[in-house]
Design a protein around this ligand. Structure first.
Ligand code: XIL
Length: 381
C-alpha cells in the first residue's frame, strides 16, 4: 500500500511530467530559427565550454529549440585540446561533439590550424628549438589524424585553416608561414583531404572577407587548390560585423565570388557589434584591444528601443541577402547563444555590455529575432 505522502509525491511527479510535455510541444510548434529556414540553410550557434555544465542547462534547451548546427567556440582549438606535449584535455570537445551528434545537428569543428590559441610547443622540438618544415608537417598530420580518429563522421565539417590572409590579400606572417612556407594552406588541406573521412567537409575560414584584397586572395587560393586536385568544400565568412559595416553590397559580392568557385558559403561566426569605437581596421583580430571608458560602454542597463530597431533592421537586411542567396549559403552560425555569452562583451574592450545576438541575457527573443523570422515570412513562405 502506498502512504498518502507517497501518493501525493507520485501525483506531483505525474502532473509535473505532463506539464513539461505540454510546454515542450507548445515550443516545438512555435517559430524557431531552424524550422523557419529549414529548406534554406542550417542555422547554428557557437557553444562555449560551460554549455555542458549545470549552468548551461537553459542554453542547451534554447539551442535544441532554435538551432540545427553547432560550432565549438574554443574547446577544439589546439590550446584547449592539447595545451602541453602529451597533455590531452578532451572532455569539453567530446561533450560538444556528443551533444551535436545526439541532436542530429550539423556539427562544425573549429579549428585545425590557426596562429592564435596554438601553444608555442607546437612549433618547437623537445629542446625548445624551432621545428623544420618536414617536422611541422608531421605534427600537423598527427593533429588531423587524432581529430579524425576521435570524432570521425560525428563532425560534419572542419574549419581546416583560419585567418591565413591579411585584408590586402597577402599571407599573414605567422609561424605556420615561416616554418612550413607559403604553401602552408595547401599543405593543411592536403593533409585534411587525406586523413579525414570523405563525408567531412573542409572549410577555409576568415574575417574581413568583404575586403577586396582578401576576397581575391581567397578566390585564387580556392582555384589553385581545385586545379591541383586538393579538396576544399567551403569558405567561411566569419561575419563579425557592425551596424554599418560592411555594406550589403560588399557582403553580396563576396558570397557570389566564393560560390562562383564551386564551394559552399558558410557564414560562420555572425554577430553585430552595437557598441561605439570598434575600429574598422580591427577586422576581428583577437590580438587588438582598447581601453574601456564610460562613453564606449553606453548600454550597461539594456539596449534602448531605438537601438533595438537599428539592430533588427541590420539583421533583417543581412538575412534578406542570405535568403536571396540560399542556393549558395549552406549555413549561418551565430558566434554565441545569448548576449550574455558573446565574446563581444570582452573584445576589443574587456568587460563591456554588448547586445550583438538574437537572444537577450534572459534567453528571450529580441526584436532582431522577430525581424529575422519575418524575412522568411515576408518572402511568402
Ligand atoms: C574567440 C572566442 O569567442 C573567445 O572566447 C576567445 O577568447 C578568443 O577567440 N575569430 C575566430 C574565433 O575564428 O575563434 C574567435 O573566437 C573570434 C574571432
Amino acid at each position: 500500500m502506498l502512504s498518502l505522502g507517497e501518493m501525493m509525491n507520485r501525483l506531483c511527479i505525474f502532473l509535473f511530467l505532463g506539464f513539461s510535455a505540454v510546454t515542450a510541444t507548445a515550443q516545438a510548434g512555435s517559430d524557431s530559427l531552424k524550422a523557419t529556414f529549414e529548406s534554406d540553410f542550417y542555422v547554428g550557434a557557437a557553444l562555449s565550454r560551460e554549455f555542458a555544465s549545470k549552468k548551461g542547462q537553459a542554453r542547451r534547451e534554447l539551442v535544441k529549440r532554435e538551432f540545427n548546427s553547432v560550432t565549438s567556440e574554443n574547446s577544439q582549438k589546439w590550446s584547449s585540446m592539447n595545451p602541453k606535449p602529451g597533455d590531452l584535455r578532451l572532455e569539453a570537445a567530446d561533450e560538444f561533439v556528443r551533444f551535436g551528434s545526439d541532436q542530429g545537428m550539423y556539427v562544425v569543428g573549429h579549428v585545425l590550424f590557426w596562429h592564435n590559441q596554438t601553444p608555442d610547443w607546437v612549433y618547437e622540438d623537445s629542446n625548445g628549438q624551432p621545428l623544420n618544415r618536414k617536422e611541422l608537417l608531421t605534427r600537423m598530420e598527427q593533429r588531423v589524424k587524432h581529430a579524425a580518429n576521435r570524432y570521425g563522421k560525428n563532425i560534419d565539417a572542419w574549419d581546416v585553416v583560419n585567418e591565413a590572409y591579411l585584408e590586402n590579400g597577402t599571407l599573414r606572417e605567422t609561424k605556420w608561414r615561416q616554418i612550413v612556407g607559403d604553401d602552408f594552406v595547401e599543405q593543411a588541406f592536403r593533409i585534411a583531404d587525406k586523413e579525414m573521412p570523405s563525408s567531412v567537409e573542409l572549410i577555409y575560414n576568415d574575417y574581413g572577407m568583404t575586403e577586396e584584397g582578401k576576397r581575391k586572395a581567397v578566390v585564387e587560393m580556392v582555384r589553385d587548390l581545385k586545379r591541383k586536385g586538393v579538396r576544399i568544400d567551403g569558405v567561411g565568412m566569419q561575419g563579425h560585423w557592425t551596424l554599418n559595416h560592411p555594406s550589403i553590397e560588399l557582403i553580396e559580392a563576396s558570397i557570389v565570388a566564393f560560390a562562383n568557385e564551386g564551394v559552399d558559403v558558410h557564414i560562420s561566426e555572425l554577430d553585430i557589434d552595437v557598441l561605439p569605437d570598434r575600429n574598422k581596421a580591427f577586422g576581428a583580430n583577437v590580438k587588438k584591444t582598447l581601453e574601456s571608458t564610460p562613453s564606449n560602454d553606453p548600454y550597461k542597463d539594456g539596449l534602448p528601443q531605438e537601438m533595438q530597431r537599428k539592430l533588427a533592421d541590420r539583421y533583417a537586411a543581412i538575412f534578406g541577402l542570405f535568403y536571396k542567396h540560399r542556393d549558395k549559403v549552406k549555413r549561418v552560425t551565430f558566434w554565441g547563444v545569448t548576449d550574455g555569452h558573446s565574446w563581444l562583451n570582452n573584445w576589443p574592450i574587456k568587460g563591456r555590455t554588448n547586445h550583438a545576438l538574437l537572444f537577450d541575457r534572459h534567453y528571450e527573443r529580441k526584436p532582431a529575432y522577430r525581424a529575422v523570422i519575418e524575412v522568411k515570412k515576408g518572402a511568402g513562405a
